[in-house]
Design a protein around this ligand. Sequence first.
Ligand code: SF4
Length: 368
Amino acid sequence: MRSLYIHFPFCEAKCHYCDFYSIGRDRTQNTDPEKFEKALIQEIHQIGRHLAPQLDTLFFGGGTPSMTSYSSICRALEPLWQFTSLSENVEWTIEANPSSITQDSFKCFRSYGVNRVSMGVQALKSEFLKILGRVHSPTDALIALDTVFQVGFDNVSVDLLCGIPGQSKEDLDEALTLLTRFPISHLSCYLLTLPPHHRMFHLLPNEETQLEHLLFVHHWLIEKGFEHYEISNFAQPEKQAKHNLGYWKGKSYLGLGPSAHSFDAKTMRRWKNVSSLHRYAKLLDQGQSSIEWTEDLKTEQIELERWMLSLRLHEGFPISWLTTPLKKSRAQAFKNQGLLEIHPSDTQKWRLTPQGFALSDQVIQGLA
Ligand code: SF4
């Protein structure tokens, strides 16, 4: 495994729309950070041998990894270096939220070798941040961005949400304008989903508006020189997220921490750790595996994933994959609807158009 993901399970507060496993500060026990550190060390000792001698990518995700102290991270990672090291061009990302970024901590992370920051900005209007349950203000986000650039990071990604109730194209324009005043190299734009019981659920925009807003962001960022290289991701040249590209290209990765997923491309096996810090720590303390389930992908699943993954990316899929008359006619129909196009630099490939990116589920279901 040349890619490693570590899941940090703590957040300031639980955002209303979040499906990731994390514990808000109000529910975190005083002993939890220590418990996590100890369990992570045990897990590294238990399965670190699966790592390649050198890592191409290392990703601290969560949760909010930037809430964990630098000293705790260093202690937890110490045993890792018995099993692996970092390749010369390693991409080492830390996810961060504006409220947990300080100059001191980010100076430390940078000197440790972290070279990419992925910041959850999500919106730059107080009313939207409130709907989302975010704990930071628009000003916090802009100050945090300024801080990461000041301490010397030059590969910075931001997350932005589309489809927030009440959000207009003008709001998106304003957010994109403010964000691109910084030399950000990458932007992820996701469509907001809310649980049905959320008081704003009925105010989510309809599909037509969602599509309009996603296309607005697409055109705005293309104008600024970004490449729309994946359904929800835009990058400046050479700044695509290497770690995530590994997921989308079906490469192997090892995940550590509660709820972390792993995948072995040689055996086509996927597995997931338990989604509870308490159970994760207890299992590892007893010398047991923290894996909750394992799945060996069957031929049909491999076929489905191959379509899903290749359609996600602007590289597209070879036309040789259209093996049946039904697939050929469906692909042609999607092309006629403006959802698929011939790849501009390789006529033997087809790919999703910007509109197709926004409606990718339809195309995947039709072709896979
Ligand atoms: S900060 Fe991120 S991981 Fe934490 S609750 Fe909010 S969306 Fe989820």
